[in-house]
Design a protein. Structure first.
Length: 202
């Protein structure tokens, strides 16, 4: 298993992994159901509550939306590189891929990305998490730094401070992150960057 998430509540979870399969597990009935599969490993799985659907991203360069009740794929889109991480907001899917690319999709239309971005950090993306208010996302990379990004490209949004701190736990792995810390520097684009001395988790 490479990733998992809760569904509408903690009675059901969804997972994906090296076996290429997207699964759901019902803890109440102790039953496992296969929703479908990718052509290669499934690296990211997210629950999209507004759609009531599961979104998966794989090393086959595909993102897919699954109807959990009907156990079928309802929408899909191809991205240029392997999917490494993914996050969802009320109306967006944020996909981090190889070569430091970030693709932002409207959940209602996966045919073309809403935004095409490149990470403001120098090294490979490890994790993306959306802000609770849906205005942007935090992006971490393998060297232990975090950039705080807003979807709106206007300067007044891009110069904002990061969202308020959430729960933190000390550690050394930048894979898990939340919204804690203070900007220690800025990238060439003026995006706030946080140097991780501890790991912030959701």
């Amino acid at each position: 298993m490479l990733d998992c998430c809760w569904g509408v509540d903690q009675n059901r979870c969804f997972s994906g992994g090296i076996d290429r399969v997207v699964k759901t597990y019902d803890f109440g009935s102790s039953t496992e159901t296969v929703l479908g599969e990718h052509e290669k490993g499934v690296k990211a799985v997210c629950w999209q509550k507004e759609l009531g659907a599961v979104v998966s991203g794989g090393w086959d360069k595909q993102i897919k939306v699954w109807d959990a009740r009907a156990a079928k794929c309802t929408a899909s889109s191809e991205v240029p590189d392997k999917v490494f991480t993914m996050a969802v907001t009320s109306n967006r899917i944020v996909v981090g891929t190889a070569n430091r690319h970030v693709w932002v999709y409207d959940v209602r239309n996966l045919k073309e990305p809403e935004q095409k971005r490149e990470s403001s950090l120098k090294f490979q993306t490890r994790c993306i998490r959306a802000y609770p208010d849906g205005s942007g996302y935090a992006l971490s990379s393998i060297e232990g730094r975090v950039a705080m990004e807003y979807f709106d490209p206007a300067p007044e949004f891009q110069s904002r401070s990061p969202p308020p701190p959430a729960a933190r736990r000390h550690g050394a792995d930048p894979v898990l992150l939340s919204f804690g810390g203070c900007p220690s520097s800025s990238s060439p684009r003026g995006v706030p960057i946080i140097q991780l001395r501890s790991v912030s988790i959701i």
